[in-house]
Design a protein around this ligand. Sequence first.
Ligand SMILES: Nc1ncnc2c1ncn2[C@@H]1O[C@H](COP(=O)(O)OP(=O)(O)OP(=O)(O)O)[C@@H](O)[C@H]1O
Ligand SMILES: [Mg+2]
Length: 354
Amino acid sequence: MASFKDLVFTPAEFASIAKIDRNLVSELEESGILKFTKKRVGNVDRKMIALEDMQEYFRILRSNPEIAAEIAGSNAPTGATAAGVQTLANAATVAAATAHFVQAPRQKKQMFYNVKGGTGKSTLTAQYVMRAAMTGLKVLAIDLDGQGHLTLNLDVMDGHTRPTIYDVLINDLPISDAIMSVAPCLDLIPANLGLCNIEIPLNLKARREYRLSEAIKKIADRYDLIVADTNPAASILNGSMLVAADLVNVICATNPLSFHGMSLVMATIETMEQEFSRQLELRIIPNMYDNREVISQEVLGELRAGFPEHCTKAVVNRSADLNEATKRRTSVWDVNSRGVAATDINTLTEELLR
Ligand SMILES: Nc1ncnc2c1ncn2[C@@H]1O[C@H](COP(=O)(O)OP(=O)(O)OP(=O)(O)O)[C@@H](O)[C@H]1O
Ligand SMILES: [Mg+2]
């Protein structure tokens, strides 16, 4: 069973992630921008792109705007950095959408949130951080739920032996010491059951809601994106992340009870905003949508009508691939790169990274 760090991509998969014409991939190889790895599939050696090489491709684009521009077909290469880059035919077909992956996201500190349980927070956090890391952004995932589901989803099986944010906030462990590497460009502060006991000691700490924010600030420079998965409650720990975050992604399952719970979510966020004099940017992400179900359609319609300025364009459909990815503790890309779930996670990631 491949874990995220061992993922390899076919040229077609790479082209789809990079939003380039499939025919351009071999030209990128010839020009030295993209490296291939040979991988034995059955009896044949296939040319694949390893995760690290995909990340390197995006890093090259990020640090060489002239190369990105040439790939986008709008500029001829100039200067030393572009030496060796050949004229890339079909470049005009390269999507301008690549451009936003060339930049670090505007809102660095994000959280996935809902006081209601089981809406898909941990699943979407895990898929989002893996998908963002594929583009070579340096990502830190923080598990703020004692259930440790984000930790598990990222295939960390020894989370119970590792320090958590509890040790940072209560025992003054330097936050750097709680960070582990999961894959190239993807770090994690894991969680375990011990984190369930944090509320009482955290409540007794001075400046309790600021402690997480202050800890995150110490390491924020090392990352392009910091994403927390939260516990399903209006807890002090979640409140601390609301103080730290630039963007709150509320995951709402497209069912009536989830929709009903949105008023509590909005009230919690408003209270935090008033108490801490903050203006939080908020997105609402509809999850588990099933277009065959009238109730799903109705709830999506109500979400869009009720929160028009917050609802994401991206909708995550209900898909067995996401359940399978949870079971296999890997990226949905590994489960079925052509499935609707992989497309949904792509679209969502693009929207949240803007
Ligand atoms: N779009 C989807 N399609 C199918 N299954 C999904 C989808 N999103 C999430 N799931 C599944 O729903 C279950 C609950 O998801 P998840 O654990 O992410 O929810 P959660 O909001 O984090 O729950 P909790 O509040 O307990 O932390 C998981 O088994 C997950 O695989
Ligand atoms: Mg969860």
